[in-house]
Design a protein around this ligand. Structure first.
Ligand SMILES: Cc1cc2nc3c(=O)[nH]c(=O)nc-3n(C[C@H](O)[C@H](O)[C@H](O)COP(=O)(O)OP(=O)(O)OC[C@H]3O[C@@H](n4cnc5c(N)ncnc54)[C@H](O)[C@@H]3O)c2cc1C
Length: 445
């Protein structure tokens, strides 16, 4: 079941020309549109379904610095700064608040493992710290468990996934960006070896640059252009509770659950384990690239061979600009949620916080997370095709970093000094094998 998303209506007409065409109306595409429009760049965003129809409305809503791969820390710091000013900038509610995030530990040994990350937090003067059992009890008064302690970042935040990207899209529109929904981009037309136009199902938009922010579809789009983007998909499920009186304010994960209090008084609940990886033809093609990541993460993932193998096998790998593209065949990826990990998460949460014992579950849904081999995104120009840029592969933690990623992409496209050093996010790191390994302590969501 797809979560309800704040609606964003489409512009009626397709412009003939724009400086930049953005593909994809998730948090990354809408943030890129916002910051390009703020710079006065003529921008059009094309979304094949509706704004925030895929990952960007289906996530937990955590906006965290804590537990990140060290390569992402400068960008997430900037991103949280941008979130702080976002409601004002877009003139609407994104749900951004800073109630903190906690990784709860049941044992001293677990806490010692979490503590290793503090070394990175200290380098950037973050407020992340280890807190004692007594401090946890004080901060989470309804918890029935005697926790050994927690890794805690008071300034970490949350926003509302079903509101944020739509609010940012409307904000971009107010600054002059065009927003087209039900408008799949089929491919790119080139002239003199560089981008000349984006070809959509509704017609052609001449442009100087194209930004691909296509989430789980990005590898397919790139393959048709002859650009190799290593990316796989993992299914992750979430549920939403009805309103809970007296529940915890600070977001937390621990002992088989993770949660975030929503603006409507309910909670998004899930767990870090229990993600499902469907084996597909790309699993074989990309086996070597993803082996290091699989070794680190595989205890938390269930592997499955089923219908998706056939479905992906049938997807054309090449099509022409006049052909109906695969993006027009599936407007919104809406996979079935995995029931058991959600039921288990609810049971574990109710043990830790008795207030959740008899709470009704209002909705369950799932999303397909787009993962790169080092679980760090690509935010990069594509050297082989001048004018083509990619912002994708946020590997399960792109919502919080979305505004920063959008601003960074807007800087790259316009050749402005960049918000942070973009080197760690280069696409070429995969091809030239300079790609550092995935960071073993990075947490998923
Ligand atoms: C269950 C779950 C929990 C998560 N929890 C968190 C969390 O708590 N915190 C966090 O930071 N991150 C979290 N994430 C990750 C986060 O949701 C994603 O990293 C982020 O939303 C990615 O945004 P995006 O814009 O790149 O992709 P998406 O939101 O997937 O958007 C891509 C869009 O591109 C469109 N598109 C693709 N191809 C075309 C085309 N050819 N033409 C037109 N449109 C196209 C698609 O229709 C889609 O709408 C979670 C993800 C999931 C699934």
């Amino acid at each position: 079941m797809a979560p309800r998303v704040d609606p964003v209506h489409s512009d009626e007409t397709l412009p003939e020309h724009a400086d930049v065409v953005i593909i994809g109306g998730g948090i990354i595409g809408t943030s890129t549109a916002l910051f390009l429009a703020q710079k006065g760049v003529s921008t059009v965003l094309c979304e094949k379904g509706h704004i925030a129809g895929e990952q960007s409305s289906r996530n937990w809503g955590w906006c965290r610095k804590m537990g990140r791969d060290p390569r992402e820390i400068p960008l997430i710091i900037e991103s949280l700064r941008l979130w702080q000013g976002m409601n004002g900038l877009v003139g609407a509610e994104t749900g951004f608040r800073q109630p903190g995030i906690m990784y709860l530990s049941e044992t001293r040994a677990q806490l010692d493992k979490l503590e290793v990350w503090l070394e990175y937090g200290r380098q950037y003067q973050l407020d992340t710290r280890i807190i004692t059992s007594a401090e946890v009890a004080e901060l989470l008064p309804g918890s029935a468990k005697n926790w050994a302690g927690a890794l805690y970042t008071p300034s970490d935040g949350k926003a509302e996934p079903q509101m944020a990207a739509p609010a940012i899209a409307e904000g971009a529109r107010r600054l002059g960006a065009g927003i087209l929904t039900q408008c799949a981009v089929r491919g790119i037309e080139t002239a003199g070896g560089r981008v000349a136009a984006a070809v959509t199902e509704k017609g052609r938009i001449a442009c100087d640059s194209v930004v691909l922010a296509g989430g789980a579809w990005s590898r397919l789009f790139c393959r048709n252009l002859g650009v190799d983007l290593p990316q796989l998909k993992i299914l992750s499920s979430v549920m939403r509770t009805e309103k809970v009186e007296g529940g915890p304010e600070c977001s937390a994960s621990g002992a088989g659950f993770g949660y975030r209090k929503r603006l409507d008084g309910g909670y998004n609940v899930s767990q870090l384990a229990g993600n499902v990886y469907d084996i597909v033809p790309d699993s074989l093609r990309l086996f070597r690239d993803f082996l290091p990541l699989a070794r680190i993460k595989w205890s938390g993932i269930r592997f499955h061979l089923g219908r998706r193998w056939i479905e992906e096998w049938r997807v054309p790998r090449q099509w022409g600009l006049d052909d109906r593209s695969p993006f027009e065949q599936v407007r919104v990826l809406d996979p079935q949620p995995a029931r058991k990990p959600l039921d288990d998460a609810h049971a574990s949460l109710a043990v830790a916080f008795p207030v959740f014992r008899n709470v009704a579950i209002a909705e369950r849904w799932a999303g397909l997370i787009d993962v790169t081999p080092d679980a760090v995104p690509v935010i990069s120009a594509v050297q082989s095709l001048p004018g083509f840029f990619i912002a994708t592969g946020f590997s399960g933690h792109g919502f919080g970093i979305g505004p920063g990623a959008g601003k960074l992409m807007a800087d790259l496209v316009t050749g402005a000094p960049t918000l942070v050093d973009a080197t760690p996010f280069r696409l070429d790191r995969f091809a030239d094998r300079s790609q550092p390994r995935p960071y073993p302590l990075a947490t998923a969501v």
